[in-house]
Ligand binder design. Structure first.
Ligand code: TYD
Length: 249
C-alpha cells in the first residue's frame, strides 16, 4: 500500500507495518499484545512498540511532552515538533530496521495521533503539519492502521478505571468529553479519507470480541504480504525499553 510507493527502492521494506490509533481508553495496548501473541503463534516475527517513545531518545521526549508542568508552556507548534522528532528517531532506529528484517511491526499510535491531537484539537496549520509528517515518517507509512473507535464517555470511564488511584492523569486524559468527541470525529475522518490504509473497529465490545474483529482484518493483510514464518524468525521486542513499558512478549 502507501508506504511501498513512497520509499526509495534501496530501503524498500519486506515486513508489514500496522499502527493502532484511537482515543484514550480504547484498549490499544491490550489488542496489540493479543495480536502479537496470535501472530507469533503462527510463526511471524513481531516487533511491538509505542509512541511517543519506543527508543531511548523518543522515550526521553515522551517524558517531557506528556508531563503537564513541562509541556503546556511549549505551545502546540513546538509540541508537534517534539512528537515529530521522537517519531523520526523511532522510525530510523526501530521501525525501519524491523521492517527490513521482515517483521510485523505493531505500533501503539503513529502519525494519525499528531494529525488528530495536534491538528484537529489544536488547529495547527495543515501545511505545517503535512511537512512535519513527511519529515518525521521519512517514507515509512503504515500498511494498515486500525482505528479503535469508542464513544468518549466509555473511553474516559475505562481510562479512569485502569489508572492507579495515586497516579496523575496525563495532560490529554484531563480533558473533557467534548474534546474527546472532536478527536473521535477526526480519527473517523482520516479513515474516510484513506480507506485503503485505515480500518475502523468498534471497540465497545469485550476484549475477545474486539480481538476477533482485529484478527479478521489483519489475517488477510498479513497473508497478502507474503511474509516469511518459521523458527528462524527473530523476535526483537525483548528490548529493555519495551519490557520496561509493560509490553510483554
Ligand atoms: P499514552 O499514555 O500512551 O496514552 P494512550 O494509552 O491513550 O495511548 O499517552 C500518549 C498521549 O500522547 C495520548 O494522550 C495522545 C498523545 N499524543 C499526541 O498528542 N500526539 C502524538 O503524535 C502522539 C503519538 C501521542
Amino acid at each position: 500500500m502507501a508506504g511501498s510507493e513512497t520509499e526509495p527502492a534501496t530501503t524498500r521494506k519486506r515486513g508489514l507495518f500496522v499502527s493502532f490509533e484511537g482515543g484514550d481508553g480504547a484498549g490499544k495496548s491490550t489488542q496489540i499484545n493479543r495480536l502479537a501473541d496470535r501472530l507469533r503463534e503462527q510463526g511471524y516475527a513481531v516487533t511491538v512498540s509505542r509512541e511517543p517513545g519506543g527508543t531511548p531518545g523518543a522515550e526521553a521526549v515522551r517524558h517531557v511532552v506528556l508531563d503537564t508542568s513541562a509541556a503546556e508552556p511549549f505551545g502546540p507548534y513546538l509540541e508537534a515538533m517534539l512528537f515529530a522528532a521522537a517519531r523520526n528517531d523511532h522510525v530510523e532506529q526501530k521501525i525501519r530496521p524491523a521492517l527490513q528484517k521482515g517483521h510485523v511491526v505493531l505500533v501503539d499510535r503513529f502519525m494519525d495521533s499528531t494529525r488528530v491531537y495536534q491538528g484537529a484539537s489544536e488547529n495547527l496549520d495543515p501545511a505545517f503539519l503535512e511537512t512535519l509528517e513527511r519529515v518525521a515518517v521519512a517514507g515509512v507509512i503504515p500498511d494498515l492502521t486500525i482505528i479503535l473507535d469508542l464513544p468518549p464517555e466509555e473511553g474516559l470511564k475505562r481510562a479512569h478505571a485502569r489508572r492507579d488511584p495515586d497516579a496523575q492523569a496525563d495532560r490529554y486524559e484531563k480533558e473533557d468529553v467534548a474534546a474527546h468527541e472532536v478527536r473521535r470525529e477526526a480519527f473517523l475522518d482520516i479513515a474516510r479519507r484513506e480507506p485503503e490504509r485505515c480500518r475502523v473497529v468498534d471497540a465497545s465490545g469485550t476484549p475477545d470480541e474486539v480481538a476477533g474483529q482485529v484478527w479478521e482484518i489483519v489475517q488477510d493483510v498479513v497473508a497478502k504480504a507474503g511474509l516469511a514464518t518459521g523458527s528462524d524468525s527473530p523476535w526483537n521486542d525483548d528490548d529493555p525499553v519495551i519490557r520496561r513499558l509493560g509490553f510483554r512478549k
